[in-house]
Design a protein around this ligand. Structure first.
Ligand SMILES: *Cc1c(COP(=O)(O)O)cnc(C)c1O
Length: 408
C-alpha cells in the first residue's frame, strides 16, 4: 500500500488564526453574516456553501468544524468528511441516509455494542430497516445474506473486541456486486488502515477513542464522497442536518490540534501492544493480537495495513473466567496503577474491561459465544505512559499473582 495518512494530512491546506496564529481560530458563532442580501437565497438553494466561504448556520456548516472535516478526509483518503457530536451519531446518520423503510443491511456480528443495539433493535423498530448479522470473515455467508434491498454492508476494520480483521477489498467486492455501499467503522485503526483506499465507500469514526486520545471528548466523523456529505447536510433531507448531532467548534479546534501527533501515538500504542502480546505468547498465554503471526488475519493485516503504524493498540487476553478476569483487573488498577478499569479505548493510559459483561453486554449469551467473546476475555487498550519495561514488570507480576503466569 502506498497511501500514507500522515503524509496526506500534512498536505491539507492550512488555515492560519485570525491574527496570523499558527493554529486556526475558533469560529465561535452559530450564525453568519452574508455580505449581500442576494447571497442568502443562493445559500439556501445549495448554490453557495463552505467552499465559497459562505456559511449559513452552525448546525449546517461551521468553518472550524468544516476544516477538521477536511483533515479527516485527507487522513482517510476520501473526497470529503464532516464531523459529528459522537461516533454513534455518525453511524446512525449514515445508515439513515443510505437506507429507507424496507431496505436491508448486512452487518458484522462482532461490532461495538451500541452499534449492535442500533442495528438490532432501534432502527428495525423505528424505521423498518431490516438487518442480517453475519460472520464477516465468512464471505460466502456475506454474499448469501445480500438481498435486492440490501443498501449497506457494515463492519468494523478491526472488530471489537475479538480483533478480527476485515478483508476490506473482498467484502467491498461482495457489497458492490450486490449494489450496496460498504460502510466501515475505522475507530480501532486510524492511520494503520485506510478502508476507503481498499474499497470501502464510507468510513466512520468514533473520534472519542484514539483520535481524541485523552478520553475527554465524545466526537465522530463521516468520511465519504462529496455527494454523500452534501446529502447528509441537505436542508430538507439530510440526516446530519435534521437529526442535529452537531460538533461544537471548540471541540473541533481541540481535535484539530491532536491530529498532527495521531501517527506518533498510534505507532507507540502499536509498539507497546506488540511487545506485550509477544511476551505473553512466548509464555503460552491465550492472547489475541493481530500483530502475532498466529492471529488468523495477521497476513491480511500486513497486506492491507499502511506501513509503519503497526497492528494497533488493543489486545485481548483470555483470563479463563470472569472471576479471574476481575481479579486481574483489580490488581492491575488498585495495586499497581498499571491502568484503569474502564470501558473505551485509545487513551494515553491503559484501559481494561471485560467485554462480555460490559461493552458487549447488549449481546445475549448465545450471541456472545457465536462472536467468540468468552466470559473471561479482557480487552486491553495499551497506553504509552511510563516506560514499556516498567509497565511490563507490573503486568507480569499481576499475572503471576493471579496464577496465570508461572514464576518469572
Ligand atoms: C466507541 C465506539 C463507537 C461509538 O462512538 P461514540 O463516540 O461513543 O458515540 C462506535 N464504534 C466503535 C468501534 C467504538 O469503539
Amino acid at each position: 500500500m502506498t497511501f500514507d495518512p500522515q503524509r496526506s494530512l500534512a498536505e491539507v491546506r492550512r488555515e492560519f488564526g485570525e491574527h496570523g496564529g499558527v493554529n486556526m481560530s475558533i469560529e465561535a458563532s452559530t450564525t453568519f453574516t452574508v455580505l449581500l442580501a442576494e447571497s442568502m437565497p443562493e445559500i439556501f438553494q445549495g448554490r453557495l456553501g463552505p467552499e465559497g466561504g459562505c456559511y449559513l448556520y452552525g448546525r449546517h456548516f461551521n468553518p472550524t468544524v468544516y476544516v477538521l472535516g477536511r483533515s479527516l478526509a485527507a487522513m482517510e483518503g476520501t473526497e470529503a468528511a464532516y464531523c459529528t457530536a459522537s461516533g454513534i451519531s455518525a453511524i446512525s446518520a449514515v445508515i439513515m441516509q443510505l437506507c429507507g423503510p424496507g431496505d436491508h443491511i448486512v452487518a458484522s456480528n462482532t461490532i461495538y455494542g451500541g452499534t449492535y443495539a442500533l442495528l438490532k433493535e432501534f432502527l428495525p423498530m423505528k424505521t423498518g430497516i431490516e438487518v442480517t448479522f453475519v460472520d464477516m470473515h465468512d464471505h460466502g455467508a456475506v454474499a448469501a445474506a445480500m438481498t435486492p434491498r440490501t443498501r449497506v454492508v457494515f463492519c468494523e476494520s478491526i472488530a471489537n473486541p475479538t480483533l478480527v480483521v476485515a478483508d476490506i477489498p473482498a467484502i467491498a467486492e461482495i457489497a458492490h456486486t450486490g449494489g450496496a455501499q460498504f460502510v466501515v467503522d475505522n475507530t480501532f485503526s486510524p492511520m494503520l488502515l485506510s478502508p476507503a483506499k481498499l474499497g470501502a465507500d464510507v468510513v466512520v469514526h468514533s473520534m472519542t477513542k484514539f483520535i481524541g486520545g485523552a478520553s475527554d471528548i465524545i466526537a465522530g466523523a463521516v468520511c465519504g464522497s462529496a455527494d454523500l456529505i452534501t446529502e447528509l447536510m441537505d436542508l430538507h433531507t439530510g440526516a446530519l442536518m435534521l437529526l442535529g448531532p452537531t460538533m461544537d467548534p471548540k471541540v473541533a479546534s481541540e481535535l484539530s490540534l491532536r491530529l498532527p501527533h495521531l501517527g506518533l501515538r498510534m505507532t507507540e500504542h502499536s509498539r507497546r501492544a506488540l511487545a506485550f502480546a509477544e511476551r505473553m505468547a512466548e509464555r503460552g498465554l491465550p492472547v489475541v493480537y493481530p500483530g502475532l503471526p498466529d492471529h488468523p488475519q495477521h497476513g491480511l493485516l500486513r497486506r492491507l495495513g499502511n506501513e509503519g503504524y503497526g497492528f494497533g493498540g488493543v489486545f485481548a487476553l483470555d483470563a479463563g473466567s470472569a472471576d479471574k478476569a476481575f481479579e486481574l483487573m483489580n490488581i492491575l488498577q488498585n495495586d499497581y496503577r498499571f491502568g484503569y478499569l474502564a470501558v473505551s479505548l485509545g487513551y494515553f493510559d491503559t484501559l481494561m474491561s471485560c467485554s462480555a459483561s460490559s461493552t458487549s453486554s447488549e449481546l445475549s449469551d448465545e450471541e456472545l459465544a457465536e462472536a467468540g467473546i468468552r466470559p473471561g476475555l479482557v480487552r486491553f487498550s495499551i497506553g504509552y505512559t511510563g516506560t514499556l519495561e516498567q509497565r511490563w514488570g507490573q503486568f507480569a507480576e499481576a499475572l503471576q499473582r493471579v496464577g496465570l503466569l508461572g514464576v518469572l
